[in-house]
Design a protein around this ligand. Structure first.
Ligand SMILES: *Cc1c(COP(=O)(O)O)cnc(C)c1O
Length: 356
């Protein structure tokens, strides 16, 4: 199987597992795990923040950050495609009691003017605007990169209105690999920022949230309260340390492979995408012109050994990662090209029926 469903599908390599096996460990809940401490210090330094905390997931990084930044009834402003809205099970409402105000950005990216229009004037009637969230890269928008200039302009407007800023950096290092802008430069305008270890970095578990010492002290309270405090967590944190050493610079390979995939797909009849829209490791393409639905193509591709995801009636997402080679991309292109051809040859109804 060639798994292009998500960059979360990578498995820890032999070398990563060997490194994990030898990890020094201690009681993480008591700050006594040397490997967790090393990982947190390295991410804090990379993001230019005072302190950091190791958490089980990126989702917990987001949810803890919302709870530390906001009081119930306050409002969080983010793009309408945000992970916080679509994939965190209503956490902002359930855990922090916040309202979310969406901005209709372009490719997941909004500008300072749009933010200014979304921030509410102080009023006894309105929820209080409290926090701006930015997603780097913008996942559902196709792995798009927020330009540093846009981030700075947006956060300038946020500061003027007294709002704080949070960076969902699940794929921040993909943006860094693509632009060569330092992670700390992207993170600098924000009060809190995190990176995921389980996306492009290829670790099996964990994320690291960074911020000021005070912010991280409060984050730790919630980590404890919500059951995210661990014990000999160095055994898994070691995978993160290994990933920082070995899997960051290679992210450009994933981007090259995504380009290769995009260029191949763009040549197929009935498939719509512009390779120039592919900025990092995500390839979204439209299949309406093939006569098949996204779900049908996904089902046939699965039977032929390629996993991809339907993200709308005619939209498919394919994501490259550490376990996908250039040769795998070529095989995936053959499989997808074959499906499109078969649809034309034996008819879309028959092809879909044969696989339903
Ligand atoms: C994956 C992802 C998350 C959540 O991370 P998990 O580690 O899967 O909980 C948050 N934001 C974005 C943009 C993501 O892609």
């Amino acid at each position: 199987m060639i798994d292009l469903f998500s960059d979360t599908k990578s498995r820890p390599s032999e070398a990563m597992r060997r490194f994990m096996m030898r990890a020094e460990v201690g009681d993480e809940q008591k700050d006594e795990d040397p490997t967790v401490r090393t990982l947190c210090e390295r991410v804090a330094d990379m993001l230019g923040k005072e302190s950091a905390v190791y958490l089980p997931s990126g989702t917990m990084c987001n949810e803890i950050s919302l709870a530390v930044h906001c009081r119930p009834g306050e409002e969080v402003i983010c793009d309408r495609s945000s992970h916080i809205i679509h994939y965190e099970a209503g956490g902002p409402a359930a855990l922090s009691g916040v309202m979310i105000r969406t901005v209709d950005g372009h490719n997941g990216i909004f500008n300072a003017e749009q933010l200014g229009a979304a921030i509410r004037p102080e009023s006894r009637y309105a929820p209080r605007s409290r926090l701006v969230c930015v997603e780097q890269t913008a996942n559902l928008a196709g792995g798009r990169i927020w330009p540093l200039e846009t981030i700075r302009e947006v956060m300038t407007v946020a500061r003027q209105a007294g709002l704080s800023g949070h960076l969902d950096g699940a794929r921040l290092l993909n943006a860094v690999a693509a632009t060569r802008v330092a992670a700390r430069s992207y993170a600098e305008p924000f009060d809190s920022a995190w990176i995921d270890l389980t996306k492009g970095l290829g670790a099996p578990v964990g994320a690291v949230l960074a911020g000021s010492r005070d912010f991280i002290r409060e984050a730790w309270r919630l980590k404890q309260m919500w059951g995210g405090a661990m014990r000999q967590a160095g055994i898994i944190a070691a995978a993160g340390v290994y990933a920082l050493d070995h899997n960051v610079n290679r992210l450009v390979d994933d981007h090259d492979n995504a380009q290769r995939l995009a260029r191949g797909l763009a040549q197929m009849d009935g498939i719509g995408l512009d390779p120039a829209d592919v900025e990092t490791n995500m390839v979204f393409f439209d299949v309406a012109g093939t006569g098949l639905t996204a779900a049908e193509i996904v089902a046939v591709a699965r039977e032929r050994g390629v996993l991809i995801g339907a993200f709308g009636p005619s939209t498919i997402r394919a994501v490259t990662h550490i376990d996908v080679s250039e040769a795998d991309v070529d095989v995936a292109l053959q499989v997808l090209g074959g499906i499109v051809e078969d649809a034309g040859r034996i008819g879309t109804k028959k092809l879909a029926a044969a696989h339903s």
